[in-house]
Design a protein around this ligand. Structure first.
Ligand SMILES: Cc1ncc(COP(=O)(O)O)c(C=O)c1O
Length: 384
């Protein structure tokens, strides 16, 4: 089986985790927790970084830090993993769904303004599959209406965006707060994990405080809690793995880009297969390599997924629209024309860092194979 996206664990992970076990520093306090936050902050170029148990917690913490609460509305794309949306509900606010663009498959910034009401408090652009939302015009809208922007950068660690002044910025650092995930399939993994980043030191301190049960240590060593807090902390063992993974990030991204370039070359000329696009002001990290299966391919998207599976190749359809799921059916939304089409056509292809050239050739041959089968069956039909 060629898996969809499995971790690459071949660096210092064992050594750093063993050190935690050998020294008994296994829980939520330890040098690797601080080191992971510091190294991540330095990599991403933000002023603060707060490590969390997962990406969902990082997004929830971002909303809590910015004071989003009951009665507020938050604009978010419908085509995303549900963890971009559920945290809005956790804090008592309501998601309002916005469409995506037909070429980048991420939030259509041109459709955001029409959804803003006096209840809107924040926007969550999701940098899906390693691509990025058009952040500069989005931040202009946010500034005009005094809204917060929380970047869901869980799938786009290392992606970059160029502002009109020519400077490049990493995904997560252009909004007010950014959230990352280190789930098993993500660019770097700690098994489960997340990170909140921000360029506002006060928000960073508030996020850390909320994530640690608002714990203050009294002069006598006792604990004091000024308000209701949460336990979103990551244990030292996982942070140790994060430090080891982060050491390899440039190499991982380079591999993903090489894989995407090879996929593009091999799939380019297949009728009905649409390749991912990249805007010239975005450095896409190709976290999951994606294609669209158009009607002219002659085989449905789901039939292609089954065909790949029959050949031992794992793939996955694009995320289903969240506005069609029971908890969110009644929620406000804009036109979903593009979302409704793209969710039915998209496929994620195998994208592990450790994928080999031969494996990519096998996947592409299988996709190409259908065209030969189709042509041969037509030719046979003509002969008879
Ligand atoms: C777009 C998106 N948002 C949020 C999350 C939540 O991350 P986690 O699974 O670490 O909670 C994920 C990943 O799973 C994701 O893909």
């Amino acid at each position: 089986m060629i898996p969809l996206c499995v971790p690459e664990i071949s660096g210092n992970e064992w050594r750093y985790i063993k050190e935690c076990l050998d020294t008994n520093w296994v829980s939520s306090v330890g040098s690797y927790v601080d080191l992971f936050e510091e190294k991540f902050r330095a990599y991403i170029q933000s002023k603060a970084a707060v490590v969390t148990m997962n990406g969902t917690a990082a997004i929830t913490l971002a909303l809590q830090t910015l004071g989003i609460s009951r009665g507020d509305e938050v604009i978010v794309p419908s085509m995303t993993f549900i963890a971009s949306v559920n945290p809005i509900k956790y804090v008592g606010a309501e998601p309002v769904f916005v469409d995506i663009t037909p070429d980048t498959w991420v939030m259509d910034v041109n459709k955001v303004e029409e959804l803003i009401t006096e209840r809107t408090k924040a926007i969550i652009p999701v940098h899906l599959y390693g691509n990025m939302v058009d952040m500069e015009p989005l931040m202009q809208i946010a500034q005009k209406y005094r809204l917060y922007v929380i970047e869901d950068a869980t799938e786009a660690l290392g992606a970059e965006y160029r502002l009109k002044d020519g400077t490049w910025h990493k995904a997560g650092t252009l909004g007010h707060v950014g959230a990352f995930s280190f789930n098993g399939n993500k660019l770097i993994t700690t098994g489960a994990g997340g990170m909140l980043i921000t360029n506002n030191k006060e928000w960073g301190e508030r996020a850390k405080y909320l994530s640690n049960q608002t714990k203050t240590i009294l002069a006598n060593g006792g604990f004091y809690h000024e308000e209701v807090g949460y336990n979103y902390r990551m244990p030292n063992i996982l942070a140790a793995m994060g430090v080891a993974q982060l050491e390899r990030i440039d190499e991982y991204i380079e591999k993903k880009l090489q894989h995407a370039a090879l996929y593009n070359n091999l799939l380019r000329d297949i009728q009905g297969i649409q390749l991912p696009t990249q805007k010239e002001n975005v450095k896409h990290v190709q976290w999951l390599y994606c294609i669209l299966v158009n009607e002219s391919y002659g085989l449905s998207r789901d039939a292609l997924i089954q065909k790949l599976k029959d050949h031992g190749i794992m793939s996955r359809p694009f995320f289903e629209s969240i506005h069609t799921m029971p908890p969110y059916i009644g929620n406000k939304k804009g036109s979903m024309d593009v979302t409704n089409q793209i969710t039915k056509k998209g496929i994620n292809l195998p994208s592990s860092v450790g994928l080999t050239v031969d494996e990519i050739k096998i996947v592409c041959k299988c996709i190409q194979g259908w065209v030969y089968e189709k042509e041969n069956s037509c030719n046979n039909g003509n002969k008879s």
